[in-house]
Design a binder for this molecule. Sequence first.
Ligand SMILES: NC(=O)c1ccc[n+]([C@@H]2O[C@H](COP(=O)([O-])OP(=O)(O)OC[C@H]3O[C@@H](n4cnc5c(N)ncnc54)[C@H](OP(=O)(O)O)[C@@H]3O)[C@@H](O)[C@H]2O)c1
Length: 319
Amino acid sequence: MKPKILLTGKGGQVGSELHCFLPTLGDLVAPDRRELDLLDPDSIRRVVRNIRPQLIVNAAAYTAVDAAESDEANARAVNAIAPAVLAEEAKKLDAAIVHYSTDYVFDGAKAAPYEEMDPANPISVYGKTKLAGEQAIRNTGVPHLIFRTAWVYATRGRNFLLTILRLATEKEELRIVRDQIGAPTWSLEIAAATTKIVAQVVERGSATSAFSEVSGTYHLTAAGETTWYDFARAIIEEASHTSQSIPWFAAATSGRPLATRHIIPITAQEYPTAAARPAYSVLSNSRVVPKFGVVLPDWRTQMQRCFVSESIPAKLLAD
Ligand SMILES: NC(=O)c1ccc[n+]([C@@H]2O[C@H](COP(=O)([O-])OP(=O)(O)OC[C@H]3O[C@@H](n4cnc5c(N)ncnc54)[C@H](OP(=O)(O)O)[C@@H]3O)[C@@H](O)[C@H]2O)c1
C-alpha cells in the first residue's frame, strides 16, 4: 500500500523538488505555511492529527543564517521545537520522519571530511537550533532519517548561485571568500536521493519497522569540496556559455550579459557577517553510500547539470 506522506516546506529549495518527486511514492499532502505554521505547535498537532500520515518529510526550516543571530526565538521555534512536535506526533501515529540538517552543526576546526559520529559544536544560532532539532527527533525514539546537507542552491529561491549570477551582470569585480571550504549541493540532487532512499525503505514494509531498521543520521552532500571563491568562478565560467533560452537562467540574469571581469579572493574576516561560519564543513558521505547505494555526483558535475536543467517544473508553476 502506498503511504500517506506529509511534506512541509513545499515552497523551499529542497521542498519544491520533493513536491515533484514524492507523489511517485505515496499519497502526498503538502500544506503551505498558511495551512501549517511551524511557529505554532498547536497548528502542527492539529494538521498532523487530521492528515494521519505514515511518513512526515520535513523540508521546512528557518534558513536565514545571519538573521537567526538576532531572531533566535523564531529560529528555535522552526528548527528545534517544530521538528520535536512533528516527531512526537509521528511517534503517536506509528509513522516515521525524514528531516534535514546542516553542515553548520560542526565548528569547522577539522581538516578532513566530517563523519556522522564526529562531535557537533555549532558556532552560530542557526547551527545550534538545527542541532537541537536533530536531538529532539532522536529523543522521541521515532524511526527517522536525518540527512545533513550543505551549501544548498537551486534555480529558485535565495542562494549563492542566483546571487552570483545577479551580481555578475551588475559588477565588473567581485570579491569572494576563499577561506571557507564546503560542498555546494543542488537541491534537486538532495530530493532525488531522498526519494530513492525512501522508495527502498517503503518497499521493505510498514513505515515503523522498515524505517526503524535504517533509522539514523546520514550525511548527504555533493562529493568533492571547494571554496566560495572557486564556486563563484565555476558559476561564472558555466554562465559564460549558458543560453538565455533557459528560463531560470534568463530570470537570474534578467536577460543581461555578464559584466564581471575579475574575481578577487578575500578572507572571511574581510567579509564580516552576523553569523560565524565554519571554515571547513565538508561532510563525508561514507555512511549513506554503502547503506543505500546512493551516490551524489561531485559538486561541479551537479552544477553543470543544474545549468542545463530546463526550468522550474510545470507542476510547481501551476500551484
Ligand atoms: N540552504 C542551505 O544552504 C542549507 C544548507 C544545509 C542544510 N540545509 C537544510 O536543508 C533543508 C532545506 O533547506 P532549503 O534551502 O530548501 O530551505 P528554504 O529554501 O529556505 O525553504 C524553507 C521552507 O521552510 C518553510 N518555512 C519556514 N518557516 C516556516 C513556518 N513557520 N511554517 C511553515 N513553513 C515554514 C518556507 O516556507 P515559505 O515558502 O512560505 O517561505 C520554505 O518553504 C533545511 O532543513 C535546511 O536547514 C539548507
